[in-house]
Design a protein around this ligand. Structure first.
Ligand code: GLC
Length: 554
């Protein structure tokens, strides 16, 4: 293999459409690799693992926030959008990481958090030090409280992490935070807020970043005309631009403004919206004059079922055609229970309740979970569009459900009074080696404890095992790179109700058996299988890729 230092920094610059069918790997920086032994993963740690990412075969890396932050919400509480948290690195180390990735032919996407700053951001400090009605307060959403002295919140809204969505500041005014109190919402009706984010996007685009992941993209525009709606009204099904806080049509004016900036670069910078909106509203975010792509979380929320998967795939391909974007496929990320575990639990399990039981009620069937996870991954990797992978899924990592309460960091845990454990169980540091106190993540410390049995999933072990999940991901990504061409898909009529089958250009055919008994393998030569396949049968809960004579039926 060519040494990385010998390669040019720019990955295939001619390809402005690189993102359409890219495999994007999400790095949660604090939990990836810790180079200086302080217990927190860092940028040099990621740079040291670029050969690993290259070997894995991903097209791009999306970095979750690495900006200065008190970590009230895992870094999604940003103090300064144009700097690096000193615990994670420096701007120079960011440049080194970008260079190393680009030399390896891997693009770089950074996370932008425009709905809220942290409460330590210079603007918010200024707002708190300024009186009601001041210019500094206009950048956020301050309102006088109800009651004679403003002692009651302006409305009964609750925040996503639990508890009230308004926080008093002691002078009769309250500020809005849809998430933690440390995350005051910005006022996107204010022009300075627009200018500030354009400056930030330009800062990173000029620094050679290839694209952006936009946090809570659906909530920036708000209608706060008095009287404010009640929480009960908000809960009602008022999608379609009528909700005062979410998915308002005006939000797209912001993204049109951003798109003009992105298109000034060659290749144009890309963006993907994290927008938790109904499927039919998603294409607005993905439109070419807006962000260009939007996460599709439908599979991440779907149960293991052939009909459900097929319907979701069909719907999302249609939406992608409508918007002119390509679809995205996501099975895991830093906000949800890992898919190897979701599929290990009986259908209908309440995941919050399961986490509260420390993962004991019900007990997951780990083998089944991993088997289904591999099958689902191979299926999504065969689809047109881009696949977003979350660090550790390539090792088959399960959710860590038994983290002790005293190490939990997610604001969900605190704000729900301990009723909900939150998202730390999918944010546990990666195991790189089979031994050592943090299994090669760092030195003695890890900001969340790495379970000793994670040695089973260590990169060191899986690299040496042809049957490991890591070897499987490497093979799947290499085959996908070789086979992926046009963006079309032809459904094949399955002979069995538990089967989802489709053909891609060139006769590349993906067949998934969701059922618990084997089904006949269609004709053609086997490219790969998510579980050992013998003879002419597709085993239970398995996906196979087959090269077929295009004229051949399943
Ligand atoms: C997004 C992030 C999540 C964060 C929230 C608030 O949903 O993915 O981790 O807590 O936004 O910024």
């Amino acid at each position: 293999m060519t040494a990385l230092s010998e390669l040019d920094e720019t990955p295939t610059p001619q390809d402005a459409a690189w993102w359409r069918q890219a495999v994007v790997y999400q790095v949660y920086p604090r939990s990836f690799a810790d180079s200086n032994g302080d217990g927190i993963g860092d940028l040099p740690g990621i740079t040291g693992k670029v050969p690993y990412l290259r070997e894995l075969g991903v097209d791009a890396v999306w970095l979750s926030p690495f900006y200065p932050s008190a970590l009230a919400d895992g870094g999604y509480d940003v103090d300064d959008y144009r700097d690096v948290d000193p615990r994670i690195g420096t701007l120079e180390q960011f440049d080194e990481l970008r260079t190393a990735l680009h030399r390896a032919g891997i693009r770089l996407i950074v996370d932008i958090v425009p709905n809220h700053t942290s409460n330590r951001h210079v603007w918010f400090r200024e707002a708190l030090a300024s009186p009601p009605g001041s210019r500094a307060r206009e950048r956020y959403i301050f309102r006088r409280g109800r009651g004679e002295h403003g002692e009651l919140p302006p409305s009964d809204w609750t925040s996503t992490f639990g508890g009230p969505a308004w926080e008093p500041v002691g002078d009769g005014e309250w500020y809005l935070h849809l998430f933690a109190p440390e995350q005051p919402d910005l006022n996107w009706a204010d022009d300075e807020v627009h200018q500030e984010f354009l400056t930030t996007l330009k800062f990173w685009a000029d620094r050679g970043v290839d694209g952006f992941r936009i946090d809570v993209a659906h909530a920036l525009a708000k209608d706060l005309t008095e009287p404010l709606a009640s929480q009960a009204d908000l809960k009602a099904d008022i999608w379609g631009g009528a909700h005062p806080l979410e998915d308002r049509d005006e939000v797209h004016d912001i993204y049109r403004e951003w798109r003009q900036l992105f298109n000034q670069y060659d290749p144009p910078r890309t963006a993907v919206a994290e927008a938790w909106v109904p499927a039919h509203r998603r294409s607005r975010y993905a439109s070419p004059d807006g962000l260009g792509q939007a996460f599709n979380f439908d599979l991440l929320e779907a149960t293991w079922d052939a009909t459900t998967f097929a319907a979701i795939i069909d719907k999302n391909l249609e939406l992608a055609r409508e918007s002119g974007a390509s679809s995205t496929w996501v099975l895991s990320n830093h906000d949800v229970v890992r898919h190897a575990t979701r599929y290990a639990l009986p259908e209908g399990t309440d995941l919050d309740a399961w986490l509260t039981s420390d993962g004991t009620d019900p007990l997951p069937d780990e083998d089944r979970g991993r088997r289904r996870a591999r099958a689902a991954t191979l299926l999504t990797l065969a689809l047109p569009g881009s696949a977003y992978l979350y660090q550790g899924e390539e090792l088959g990592l399960p959710e860590v459900a038994d983290l002790p309460d005293d190490v939990l960091q997610d604001p969900t845990f605190l704000r729900s009074g301990g009723v909900q454990k939150g998202r730390d169980g999918c944010r546990v540091p990666l195991p790189w080696t089979t031994h050592g106190p943090t299994l090669g993540f760092g030195d003695q410390l890890a900001h969340l404890p790495v379970p000793t049995d994670f040695g089973r999933f260590a990169v060191e072990r899986e690299e040496a095992d042809d049957a490991s999940t890591l070897s499987f991901y490497r093979q799947a990504l290499a085959e996908r790179r070789r086979l992926q061409s046009g963006e079309t898909l032809d459904w094949l009529t399955p002979t069995h109700p538990t089967v989802v089958a489709f053909r891609r250009p060139g006769g590349w055919t993906s067949v998934t058996n969701f059922g618990s008994s084997p089904v006949p393998m269609p004709a053609g030569s086997l490219i790969m299988s998510s579980a050992p396949a013998e003879g002419r049968e597709i085993p239970a809960e398995t996906t196979v890729w087959i090269l077929q004579d295009p004229e051949h039926a399943v």
